[in-house]
Design a protein around this ligand. Structure first.
Ligand code: PLP
Length: 357
């Protein structure tokens, strides 16, 4: 008999979330009710920031961050060449240009040495991605980027992670979270923008809601989309954010168990000393990645490539060579990560992968 499938991700949701959703359904306030603020308060606490604004996805969070900064036609934003495409797409959606910078294949995060060479008089911001939950060297980035260039955190996979004792989501002028089902906290679809800046928080709140001024007579000074997150979905997220430490501890245990089984066979992921990895994904690197991926899937193990090399996509194909992103795109393999993985399943994944070391 074939082995049971091993899921790539499995949201840690259960009776508590079901009860919370039932309460919202019974209340009749399916959106714009009290759960939005409750989730926002929990997120602000978790990220150690004054403001968290819930929105409909991580992409919506990134889009509003770019728009709130007034970035538009004629502007450039630095984006790592290896990231989920939404990090760059939102720049183009705002009418600006995403300027790719290569990544360090060891960390899979921005190669800081290459950032300086990509700065131009048009550069308005840098999208600092903590890819797969590994904190980017934030102070290193700040040190090489002039003060007037804004640092935005793509912390889509980094809720719970910390950089030198500071929570990811509190490092940039704006931080963007995602609650997609492969994330540590999930609402199905969802996201949030975090910030310490009262004015930017106000802008994000206004823009997620059609651009309607939050105070005074009904007024829209600039058009905005509807990027609100419904109360039903906020209710799913609240209990998970409350047990974030527990969820992170479980993921950290899974990561350590993989590392113990695989460190002598493939390149295993790490965080810099003093940092806490968020383990959105556990992504190894190996030369025979494609063979390994096919074999794992054949054995019912839901593995996946890491993420995408943007310069290989039609929308971003004209910016030169990015060997770091190429290496990651060709070698990175995401293994199943969720809180219900058993030791026997970890053994099965590691055993299957070691055949390709
Ligand atoms: C680094 C990064 N940025 C942005 C996003 C977009 O988030 P969402 O899927 O919630 O729109 C993701 C999601 O996978 C991501 O991993």
């Amino acid at each position: 008999m074939a082995d049971d499938p091993i899921r790539l991700a499995l949201p840690d949701v259960g009776a508590e979330e079901a009860r919370a959703v039932a309460e919202v359904l019974e209340s009749g306030y399916l959106t714009m009710g009290p759960k939005v603020e409750e989730l926002e308060a929990e997120l602000a606490r978790a990220c150690e920031v004054p403001h968290a604004v819930a929105v409909s996805s991580g992409t919506a969070a990134l889009h509003l961050a770019v728009v709130a900064l007034g970035i538009g036609p004629g502007d450039e934003v630095i984006v790592p060449a290896y990231t989920f495409p939404a990090t760059a797409n939102v720049v183009g959606l705002a009418g600006a240009k995403a300027r790719l910078v290569d990544v360090d294949p060891r960390t899979m995060n921005l190669d800081l040495e290459q950032v300086q060479g990509a700065l131009t008089p048009r550069t308005r911001a840098v999208m600092g991605v903590h890819l797969f939950g590994r904190p980017l060297d934030w102070e290193g980035l700040r040190a090489i980027v002039p003060e007037e260039i804004v640092l935005v955190e793509d912390a889509a996979g980094a809720l719970g992670a910390s950089y030198r004792g500071r929570r990811c989501g509190s490092l940039g002028t704006l931080g963007c979270l995602s609650f997609h089902p492969r994330k540590i906290v999930t609402t199905g679809e969802g996201g949030a923008v975090t910030t310490a800046d009262d004015g930017l928080a106000d802008s994000i709140r206004r823009m997620r809601h059609h651009g309607i001024e939050p105070r005074g007579p009904f007024e829209i000074r600039a058009p905005g989309p509807n990027y609100r997150l419904a109360d039903i979905l906020c209710a799913v997220g609240i209990p998970q954010v409350r047990r974030l430490d527990e969820l992170l501890a479980a993921r950290t245990r899974i990561a350590a168990a993989y590392t113990e089984r695989l460190a002598d066979a493939v390149d295993v992921p790490t965080a810099a000393e003093g940092d806490v990895h968020g383990w959105q994904a556990y992504v190894v690197q190996l030369d025979r990645r494609d063979e390994a991926l096919a074999a794992l899937r054949e054995q019912g193990i839901e593995a996946q490539v890491g993420t995408y090399a943007l310069h290989r996509l039609g929308a971003y194909g004209d910016q030169g060579r990015f060997p770091g992103a190429d290496a990651c795109f060709e070698r990175a393999l995401a293994l199943p990560v969720h809180t219900r993985l058993t030791d026997a399943e970890l053994d099965r994944v590691a055993g299957a992968l070691r055949a390709f070391a």
